[in-house]
Design a protein around this ligand. Structure first.
Ligand code: VGL
Ligand code: ZN
Length: 187
């Protein structure tokens, strides 16, 4: 059983937002195409209080209940079955979706018989990286969908280095085309 995990595809991480990931909104149509190929679709939200130590490292973003914390308007949010809220405390970065405070993600996935997790979203070098490394530690076969992620690239090359690190830790890099072709071949 496999699940699609959409990490932080929120307005503040897209162009025009408070902490924009270059080309961040380009993941939206790719993720929208993937959704129907998965029986279980989950999404995380960066969900910070107005004041948090996290904002000493980053400009304020994704404050709970603000428009910047909403999903990108073109994301097919009606297909998302569970939303994971993370970074909810005032001394908590919450980069990984496995640090969600409203649901124990690892337990939840195991209870639903999920063995393979496909990770998409923003940003490759922060929350996608942290989520993927935690998924591997928790024993899930973990895939990163390379055309469905984008990096902040605070330092040029951070995104590429993060992909290599995830691969070395045991993640498989796949393209959305690979997933959709395999899906078609099996139906
Ligand atoms: C993220 C920086 C700060 C992310 C969240 O979603 O990758 N990056 N907060
Ligand atoms: Zn954040």
């Amino acid at each position: 059983m496999r699940a699609l995990l959409i990490v932080d595809v929120q307005n503040d991480f897209c162009p025009g937002g408070a902490l924009p990931v270059p080309d961040g909104d380009a993941v939206v149509p790719v993720i929208n195409r993937l959704m129907d190929a998965f029986p279980l679709v989950l999404a995380s939200k960066d969900w910070h209080p107005p004041e948090t130590i996290h904002f000493q490292k980053w400009p304020p973003h994704c404050v709970q209940g603000t428009p910047g914390a909403d999903f990108h308007p073109q994301l097919r949010a009606d297909k998302i079955q569970y939303v994971l809220l993370k970074g909810t405390g005032d001394r908590d970065d919450g980069y990984s979706a496995f640090e969600a405070t409203n649901l124990n993600l690892a337990e939840f996935l195991r209870q639903h018989g999920v063995t393979e997790l496909y990770v998409t979203g923003l940003a490759t070098d922060y929350c996608v990286r942290a989520t993927t490394l935690d998924a591997l530690r928790e024993g899930f076969r973990t895939y990163v969908v390379t055309d469905a992620v984008r990096a902040v690239d605070v330092t040029p090359g951070d995104g590429e280095r993060a992909l290599q690190e995830m691969q070395q830790a045991g993640a498989s890099l796949v393209s959305s085309a690979d997933i959709l072709q395999a899906e078609q071949a099996s139906t």
